[in-house]
Unconditional design. Structure first.
Lengths: 165, 798
């Protein structure tokens, strides 16, 4: 097996990777880029822990070959906060304590981010439908739903600066 | 009570790390020169290893370990039980496989890929032995022994008929008690073996140093017990074993102390002379631990007016291939039962039997979800038969204020000094509409509606006045920094529920400083004093209690030094947070102008070379107060599909003072999710022919509840009692494990209310509901047929 060089954008920065054809995107991110916020939960697409955005779409990185990402735009949890400011989704998860052990938090936030990109004002039913493939054993999902709904509100608030400011 | 800090919600101290992906879990630890490990696991349920050919694996450059290469000391991964009750039956790698997935060899190599190749190059010759998936078969006369003998208190104890341990507990004279009964009820309940399903698979990184010391980053609930076991197994003095606390991706009992993969990783690192990382695959993890499956036979005597006269409980627990804590399980099964209701006479007979399945382990509630399911189902049935309101029956017989609570079985008892049950039952009944619930078995349409309730609890720690069968104490070290901020150095693990957050709050409250000024230090075993383990819902009560004790000591020092600087009597001083100055401020209420911030005081101490204000304390709580929980469930059954929809869940908690409101609610919501899974769907089934999981290690087939199983947020109603636990830090006691314990019984009782059918086997799946409905229909049809036949006979006679 030979390594192949690919080019991609990772969290807004240009990258050149040299990867074997059988290397998983999840492992390259964790072991070469030291971006360990994206988690291994099952390796076979059952739990959603490895979710990131690939060309804007939520994607299971444990089922994605790195070599297939030539020219791709990848966003991981580490790239979500910009200029030292948390994304509205992160802020809402923080304020609602919408995590316990935190192992699914990256994927829940990346899913919520993807949902809000598609639908800026989702209903609770839409949030629940969107997150149906992502497992959390700690929270019972209630606080995650609260945070996701509030993230939408927070983002709206951020987009419309109040008259005072 | 008015508190400055307790009862308020703040952003969690571990929050930024968790929402930005920068929190470090074991699997995220990456060290220079680090190698990767893989474990060879048995495909057979019971098989002896005749030989392992390592030639090809070694040729690939891998380090290989088998039973012959590791210490042969028998260990038990959970050393919280005292030596006379600590059954040791496993070694670092096994000489014979006792369940599918048992680790028999391990390899380490520079890359995970190479390690996997080396693993596949190992050639094993097996002698396959008869295996048992059913405890009844395992006990049969000529059954193949799963263990010949185990190590107990330094001596080999023979195992007969595969019975790991048996135990009887007697209170009073049960025969006499049943003589006083007007009615006697007997039922058998069966609970399921379910997978912990923590999000992070069990993992370990071990970094060996050239002086023979090791640094270990494990998934564990106790860094100190992991350290002690590793020191013992590998014969390394404890000052050369440093176990680091890293965040853990959920555990629920699965990482009770030293996971079996931890010593494997250490052995590989010592041999490879490289740091080694071992991350279990999900499939491996599913073959590592499950909740104890128990068969509970209950016999309860009651008088006509609803007083319990006696109880007789027979328990059979399925241990699996290794006995982690079956003795303790039997203790607590007796204890939870005795603490749920006042039994003037009680007899408990428990037996735990080895089988060739995944080892059973504590899982959120440790025996309590099982005991409470059975007991709360039967008491609901008794109340109905006596035509009493189940709430009335419970209040008449439950163990409340002033009663004796068995926190961890007969040796761990305390007197109940706070009890929110009457308030929780009253409020819960109102919120669910208890009085308007249907009359059981009266509905006919496709969709049938039911309301059920159950009450339970969990112990807050395992403390008691006398040393018990389990070790229980915590330690904390607190120091004031030179700017008035505070470091809390505590060995306790936070599984995510916010234990360390609560500890920080307790310290901030006592020291009178803003919560932002209290830091939780990174912890390892070299720099912390002993904490037994985060289990038994002891985090806030026992771990927080130790921190509170140390904080009181430090506060005394603050006042002594401040009295010198302010020239006021130490006893006249108070300290309170000042949010503008962002400091604790020390002053005398009579002379409020004479004040000093804690930061200025600490700096003054340093300038004067007076020393550091700091204290280290250990604390054993001498109580183990019950954290009570009540469940009211409103559900609808679709009688054509058997599908159950939760309309509303009302969950009440008596955790004493609520330290972290958002996190306490989070515990109850999480408890509901796991409780629903246990009640309705989760089940690990074993193929009797192969001894394998029928799910083959696929997580989805374990049916861990997803978001689709959870009710909408407005339909989960949580509420708290207004209680104060006199023995807890600021009146607080536990919550975590209590949150699931009564859930399954509340569902079973609601299903009875909807359908008029009692379910005694978990999980109560749609298939079981349909089967029961069909059986019921057939029974009704048979009755109808007989009546028609009888009428026909009568008509013919006329």
């Amino acid at each position: 097996m030979h390594k192949k060089t690919i080019h991609l954008t990772l969290n807004g920065e240009a990258r050149e990777w040299s990867v074997y054809p059988n290397e998983l995107l999840l492992n390259v991110l964790r072991e070469q880029e030291y971006l360990t916020g994206t988690k291994y939960g099952c390796g076979i697409g059952e739990c959603g822990a490895c979710t990131l955005h690939l060309d804007g779409a939520p994607t299971l990185s444990c089922l994605t070959l790195a070599i297939a990402c030539d020219g791709a735009d990848i966003l991981t949890i580490e790239g979500l906060a910009r200029d030292g400011k948390l994304d509205a989704t992160q802020q809402a998860f923080l304020e609602h304590s919408a995590f316990q052990c935190g192992f699914c938090t990256s994927d829940m936030i990346m899913m919520t981010r993807a949902l809000l990109n598609e639908n800026a004002q989702p209903s609770e039913a839409q949030v629940r439908d969107y997150l149906r493939g992502n497992l959390c054993r700690c929270t019972g999902y209630a606080s995650i739903v609260r945070a996701a709904l509030d993230a939408a509100a927070l983002e709206k608030q951020r987009a419309e600066p109040s008259a005072a400011s | 009570m008015n508190y400055q800090i307790l009862g308020n919600n703040y952003q969690r101290k571990d929050g930024i790390g968790k929402v930005t992906g920068s929190e470090t879990y074991t699997s995220d630890v990456i060290l220079p020169r680090m190698w990767h490990a893989r474990v060879l696991r048995s495909p057979y349920a019971h098989a002896r290893i005749i030989s392992i050919d390592q030639t090809a694996a070694k040729a690939l450059g891998a380090v290989v370990l088998t039973y012959a290469d590791v210490p042969h000391l028998k260990y038990n991964e959970r050393i919280v039980s005292i030596p006379p009750h600590l059954f040791r039956d496993r070694t670092v790698l096994a000489d014979k496989a006792r369940h599918v997935g048992e680790a028999v060899a391990a390899v380490a190599a520079p890359t995970e890929q190479l390690a996997e190749k080396a693993l596949r190059a190992l050639k094993i010759e097996w002698e396959i032995l008869p295996h048992y998936t059913d405890p009844a078969d395992a006990q049969s006369e000529n059954a193949e022994p799963i263990h010949d003998a185990v190590l107990l208190n330094g001596e080999m104890k023979p195992i007969e008929n595969n019975v790991a341990v048996a135990r009887t507990v007697n209170v009073g004279n049960v025969d006499e008690g049943f003589e006083h009964a007007d009615f006697i009820f007997e039922r058998e309940y069966l609970t399921s073996r379910i997978y912990h399903a923590q999000m992070e698979t069990k993992s370990c990184v071990c970094d060996p140093a050239s002086d023979g010391s090791i640094t270990v980053y494990p998934t564990t609930q106790s860094i100190h017990n992991t350290r002690q076991l590793l020191g013992e197994i590998f014969n390394i003095p404890l000052h050369k074993v440093n176990v680091k606390r890293v965040a853990i991706g959920g555990t629920f009992g699965s990482s009770i102390q030293m996971n079996s993969i931890i010593p494997i990783c250490v052995a590989l690192a010592l041999k490879a002379k490289h740091p080694v990382k071992l991350v279990s695959t999900r499939e491996e993890d599913m073959y590592d631990h499950v909740r104890y499956q128990t068969k509970l036979k209950l016999k309860i005597g009651v008088t006509r007016d609803g007083k319990i006269t006696a109880g007789h409980i027979q328990a059979l627990a399925d241990v699996g291939g290794h006995n982690i804590q079956a003795y303790a399980l039997l203790s607590v099964l007796a204890g939870w039962s005795a603490s749920l209701y006042k039994f003037p006479h009680l007899r408990f007979e428990g037996k735990a039997v080895y089988t060739n399945k995944t080892p059973s382990c504590a899982m959120q509630g440790f025996g309590n979800p099982q005991a409470t399911f059975a007991m709360e189902s039967l008491t609901d049935e008794i109340a109905h038969e006596l035509e009493l309101d189940p709430i009335e029956f419970k209040l008449k017989n439950y163990v409340g204020l002033g009663g004796t609570f068995w926190g961890q079985g007969p040796s761990v008892q305390s007197i109940i000094r706070s009890d929110g049950v009457p308030q929780l039952l009253h409020d819960g009944a109102q919120k669910i509409g208890w009085r308007a619930r249907p009359k059981a078995g009266t509905q006919t349409g496709r969709y049938r509606h039911g309301i059920g309730m159950a009450r339970g609890f969990h112990t807050s720690g395992a403390g008691a006045p006398k040393p018990g069968e389990v070790i229980d104490y915590s330690g904390a070290f607190i120091k004031i920094n030179e700017d008035g901020t505070v470091d809390v150095v505590h060995a306790m693990m936070d599984h995510g529920g916010g234990t360390l957050e609560a500890i920080a709050k307790i310290v901030a409250e006592e020291l009178g400083v803003p919560i932002e000024n209290v830091g939780i230090s990174p912890a390892d075993t070299l720099t912390t004093v002993y904490d037994v383990v985060t289990h038994a819902t002891r985090g806030v009560y026992a771990g927080g209690g130790a921190a509170h004790k140390a904080a009181l000591k430090v506060k005394q020092q603050i006042f002594e030094y401040a009295s010198r600087v302010l020239e006021l009597q130490a006893d006249s001083l108070v300290i309170e947070p000042d949010y503008e100055l962002r400091q604790g401020v020390i002053y005398c209420p009579n002379f409020p102008e004479r004040r000093i911030t804690l930061g200025a005081l600490a700096k003054q101490l340093q300038i004067n070379s007076w020393g550091t204000m700091a204290a280290v304390e250990s604390l054993r709580q001498v109580n183990c107060p019950p954290a009570f929980v009540t469940y009211f469930i409103d559900l609808t059954v679709d009688t054509e599909t058997g599908h159950v929809t939760t309309n509303r869940a009302v969950i009440g908690s008596d955790c004493g003072t609520v330290v972290n409101p958002a996190m306490a609610i989070g515990q109850l919501e999480g408890g509901l999710s796991k409780g629903v899974g246990y009640a309705l769907v989760e089940d690990n089934q074993w193929d009797a022919q192969t001894g394998q999981l029928t799910s083959k290690g696929f997580w989805i087939d374990g049916k861990t509840p997803a978001i689709s199983e959870a009710p909408f947020n407005e339909n989960i109603i949580t509420h708290f009692s207004d209680t104060y636990e006199p023995s807890g830090p600021f009146g607080a006691k536990g919550i975590g494990e209590a949150a699931t314990n009564p859930c399954a019984a509340a569902y079973a009782n609601a299903l009875y209310n909807a359908l008029g059918i009692r379910f005694t086997e978990l999980p109560i799946t749609a298939e079981k509901i349909l089967r029961a409905l069909n059986a019921e229909e057939n029974r009704e049809a048979r009755v109808e047929m007989r009546e028609m036949e009888a009428m026909a006979v009568m008509q013919a006679a006329e």
